[in-house]
Design a protein around this ligand. Structure first.
Ligand code: SF4
Length: 273
């Protein structure tokens, strides 16, 4: 069981609703690590079923149509074909992501909730710093991610109690301690965050994709292993770090993670791009 330091116990807001545990009244629901422990050795389908029964429409899967997210969608859809699916259209996605979105829509009949950034915020950012601002500084890149990803997601997560993510421990050093259930991660106070495939490997994901004929993002066959916005993602060499094709021009001197801010709050500006 990986360890993760939680800064504080769950806030009152997180537990303002009755959330008695259907898995057993003895489970200490106030202890976030106990929830993570409870699900650590259970299957992803088990965790998904529990979450769907508990939260229903107050639960959403957030995916960018990479394989881990699509495996989760396939699993959740087999439990509840009406599972809510949210995706971010940053405005800078590769065409192949829109193609995958369409494939998924047809395959699963999914009513995708496509969330867009605030147009005025985008307009101001581009007017002041240009369309390719992210290449110029780490601050610019993080501001772009904040406006195109973090803030729109925060907006839409305002109407859920729990969300499902495709985080896996093998994706990056910064994700190696990912728990299957967490509360109140910094950008999303008051929410329960699930990572049912936290302990899966890339190979397990690929095997599931093949076995269940899950749609596969076309950029994987062009050498991509992690897929985000078009200008900020590129293929990686064999054996390279899974996420090394993301913001590849950035160097880190402070040990901070290369993240957009959805799953980790970046450290304050202390490194250069
Ligand atoms: S990944 Fe790149 S284009 Fe996408 S939001 Fe972040 S900086 Fe902007």
């Amino acid at each position: 069981m990986p360890t993760q330091i939680l800064d504080a116990p769950p806030t009152a807001k997180a537990f303002s609703r009755p959330i008695a545990d259907p898995e057993g009244p003895d489970l200490p629901i106030i202890d976030p690590l106990a929830w993570a422990d409870h699900f650590e050795n259970r299957s992803p389908e088990h965790l998904l079923r529990w979450a769907i029964e508990r939260w229903g429409r107050r639960l959403a899967l957030v995916t960018s149509f990479q394989s881990t997210g699509l495996v989760l969608l396939d699993m959740a859809w087999r439990i509840d074909p009406d599972i809510r699916v949210i995706t971010l259209d940053t405005g800078r996605l590769p065409q192949e992501t829109y193609d995958t979105m369409e494939t998924v829509r047809r395959r699963y009949g999914a009513h995708l909730e496509v969330v867009s950034p605030d147009p005025q915020a985008i307009q101001e950012l581009v007017r002041e710093r240009g369309p390719n601002l992210f290449y110029e500084s780490l601050k610019n890149r993080r501001d772009c991610c904040r406006v195109r990803k973090v803030e729109p997601l925060q907006r839409v997560l305002g109407n859920v109690d729990a969300w499902i993510t495709g985080l896996r421990r093998d994706q990056a050093e910064s994700r190696k301690d990912t728990l299957k259930v967490t509360f109140d991660d910094p950008p999303h106070q008051g929410l329960v965050k699930l990572a049912p495939l936290a302990d899966w490997t890339e190979k397990q994901v690929d095997d599931y994709v093949r076995r269940h004929n899950v749609p596969r993002h076309p950029l994987y066959s062009k050498g991509y292993r992690s897929i985000g916005c078009a200008p900020c993602t590129r293929p990686v060499a064999l054996g390279a770090d899974l996420r090394s094709g993301r913001w590849w021009w950035e160097s880190r001197t402070d040990g901070s993670a290369k993240e957009c801010g959805i799953h980790l709050t970046p450290k304050p500006e202390s490194s250069t791009s």
